[in-house]
Write a protein that binds this ligand. Sequence first.
Ligand SMILES: C[S@@+](CC[C@H](N)C(=O)[O-])C[C@H]1O[C@@H](n2cnc3c(N)ncnc32)[C@H](O)[C@@H]1O
Length: 371
Amino acid sequence: MQSGPATFASDYLELRTTTFGGRSFFAIWDIKPGTRIHSSEAPFAHVVYKDYRREVCAQCFAYSASDHIPPIVGASRTWNVKWSREGAATAWFCNETCKEVWQRDEASSLLIEVDAILTKSRMTTRKKFKSPQEEVNFKAVLPSFEAGDKTTNQAVIDQAWATAEALVASKANLALYCSTLHLEDMEFEIARLIASAIVHRYSDDRIDRSEPSQAIPRKPWSQFLDLQKNELRSVQTRPYMLSAYLRTYVFLCNALPRHFQPYVNTVREVLARDTGNSFGIWDGDRRDEMMGWGIWVSASYFNHSCTPSVQKVRQGRVLHLETTREIQAGEELCISYIETDLPVAERRRELEESWFFTCRCYRCEKDSSPQ
Ligand SMILES: C[S@@+](CC[C@H](N)C(=O)[O-])C[C@H]1O[C@@H](n2cnc3c(N)ncnc32)[C@H](O)[C@@H]1O
């Protein structure tokens, strides 16, 4: 049995190593349905898509259009409590209390300043190529990978990162490369997600040196690094994402202010764990719209089952995990990563393509075994 980090301690569950799916939570006792067995306090890293920023409360992620079905035509979908400061992006809140809670955390305003810096930097890295040859030269600087590329083993991935690291080591080459770097929308959202992890690391380091009583408890970086890495499997499934990751890394190295530069190793470490460990930030339980995503570290230890016994309930920033049926002591406690009302072949395909593993849950094993 592998014991989990101390802060994951719960009256109901313990972390053990399974024979088929890494670590997983198991029930210590019999548990009644509807029991809240774990709460993951806040995401270590998160991003709300830029397009949703005015409609999603920056503190509790409440969606302004959630209560209107169908949406009221002409009604404002934007929250009207705002926070703004020169040199920072604007943050929107569902009420004054959320704004106050948000303001108490130094990382919040740092993050929104970084957001403004990244947005500005993205604008200035959109220059046109002066000639077709300049475009050819630009494309040759970083390796690029296409869908279906079969060459992406670990050595190729490491070499690709080494090329990107060599580029950022030269300030002049970095600036030149970035002058025409057109970051795609999704790459920019990934950059914003990573920036949130960098800000949390930076801010944690500052809090550690200050008055302990003022420290806001966080999931530290070392706990994040303990999460399962999925770099190889995810890049082999979607090789083109490696090109996107390298561009995002280079963009961040160019855009981030100097005091965040010591944290640039965060980029690859977060990317290696983001796939396979993150949760969507959804518009309530109906899951009509995904407004962003985040990594709630302790909740990432729940394995998947196509007959789950646990459901996620997000309340503000907190992700609660609650049992949906009677559980016996010693049972594995699983959530579901996908829609389970599908035939086994489709369930397994979705988990392989989007979560990069072959499901070995009891139901899949039973459904796929010869009768
Ligand atoms: C979010 S993590 C869950 C925690 C993970 N087991 C660990 O040790 O960190 C998801 C990973 O757990 C494993 N996993 C989860 N559910 C599984 C299942 N039903 N069958 C096989 N592997 C599973 C896969 O390796 C998957 O990539």
